[in-house]
Ligand binder design. Structure first.
Ligand code: SAM
Length: 357
């Protein structure tokens, strides 16, 4: 039986999904440090407070601390604030990974900052200089690896803390899982998914569901609309196992049946059961995005969606358009085989239900 088949038949009927009970109590502190809040970034005070608290109070130094996706250094600074207050981390550096080049979105956000409209940066330029200015107080504790996560390597040291704000595509998701997950320490390591509840990163929900025997959910960070969920590694994911899971389509949406997708969202909704309703809505929107991706290949969708302030209404409107277009025989992608064809028609009826939620 393949990894995917085994994962989809296992354990869904009798499990009450929820957060692990034995996790250290999170203080729910918020980080409003002016040095950190002044850095361009998207993490909220409660999310910054969480990484800072975790590195100060929970990180034991048993493995390395790694941050995937730092942008201009807001999450980096909050992590280092906690790390430098923790004696057990005194010998450790934070290993930080990012492309470090302006894409259209980062450039647009950067140019919105007062005084940055005519900074001279263009698409594709490096923003590494901005990053170093922003993390200057902790510079000697940072080890930066600039490049695409799909090809960046890891030294092979055990990893205790893995912060992930980089799984923006299936390729990046594959790069993170293959490059870093085999070095997690069972029973110790924590993976902090900054985008778990984010509607435009449903690949995190799907892959973490298929890998659910290897991770237990620890915290769902709430307050001020947070999309962070943290997991503890509970079983070793060695390279052979990861490669088998990848060959079985772990990072390929077409390998997920509608049933598995539904189960993945049931699992994720159970984790956020006590979160504020806006944060639960993020996950509902993520589910809609998965259905859109199943129904049509629209590479412009994520880009367009990220500029719309109201995710919820936007997704709903977009769905209505989509279903109507589909009804008229337009906008459906080429049907590759019978399986896809069945998926499309089943997905469509579910979409109709979601639109009316
Ligand atoms: C949302 S930003 C990170 C924000 C940051 N954590 C903060 O607190 O402000 C996502 C980052 O992921 C990086 N990124 C996206 N895809 C990547 C890839 N394939 N390889 C390396 N970095 C990538 C981008 O360059 C960007 O800086």
């Amino acid at each position: 039986m393949s990894f995917a088949e085994e994962a989809s038949t296992r354990g869904d009927h009798d499990k009450e999904f929820g957060l692990a009970e034995a996790a250290p109590g999170w203080s729910r502190e918020q980080c409003h440090d002016p040095r950190i809040m002044a850095i361009l970034g998207w993490m909220t005070p409660v999310e910054l407070g969480f990484v800072s608290w975790f590195m100060r109070e929970v990180y034991s130094g048993a493995g390395e601390a790694v941050e995937l996706g730092c942008a201009f250094g807001r999450s980096t600074a909050a992590t280092l604030l906690g790390m430098t207050a923790n004696q057990k981390a005194a010998e450790k550096k934070l290993h930080v990974y990012d492309l470090m080049t302006f894409d259209w979105y980062l450039l647009q956000e950067y140019r919105k900052r007062p005084g940055c409209e005519d900074s001279g940066y263009e698409l594709g330029d490096s923003f590494e200089d901005c990053f170093w200015v922003n993390v200057e107080p902790w510079r000697d504790r940072v080890h930066l690896c600039a490049g695409d996560i799909a090809s960046c390597g890891w030294s092979g040291e055990p990893i205790e803390y893995l912060f992930v704000d980089i799984m923006k595509s299936w390729e990046a998701t594959r790069g993170v899982i293959r490059g870093f997950f085999p070095f997690l320490i069972p029973g110790v390591s924590c993976v902090v998914h900054q985008d778990y509840k984010h509607p435009y990163s449903p690949q995190i929900i799907l892959t973490m569901y298929r890998l659910r025997d290897y991770f237990e959910p620890l915290y769902t960070v709430t307050g001020g609309i947070s999309s962070t969920v943290a997991f503890r590694c509970k079983q070793k994911l060695d390279r052979e196992l990861v490669d088998a899971a990848l060959s079985d389509g772990l990072c390929d949406l077409s390998s997920y049946s509608i049933g598995e997708i539904d189960s993945a969202f049931t699992y994720s909704m159970a984790l956020v059961g006590d979160d504020p309703s806006e944060e639960q809505d993020l996950l509902k929107a993520a589910r809609v995005v998965v259905y859109i991706n199943l129904l049509a290949d629209r590479p412009d969708f994520l880009r367009a969606a990220s500029t719309i302030p109201s995710t919820h209404e936007f997704v709903r409107d977009r769905f209505r358009d989509f279903v109507e277009a589909g009804d008229q025989g337009a906008a459906l992608p080429p049907v590759e085989n019978g399986r896809h064809s069945r998926l499309f028609s089943r997905a469509k009826s579910r979409v109709r239900r979601l639109v009316r939620w």
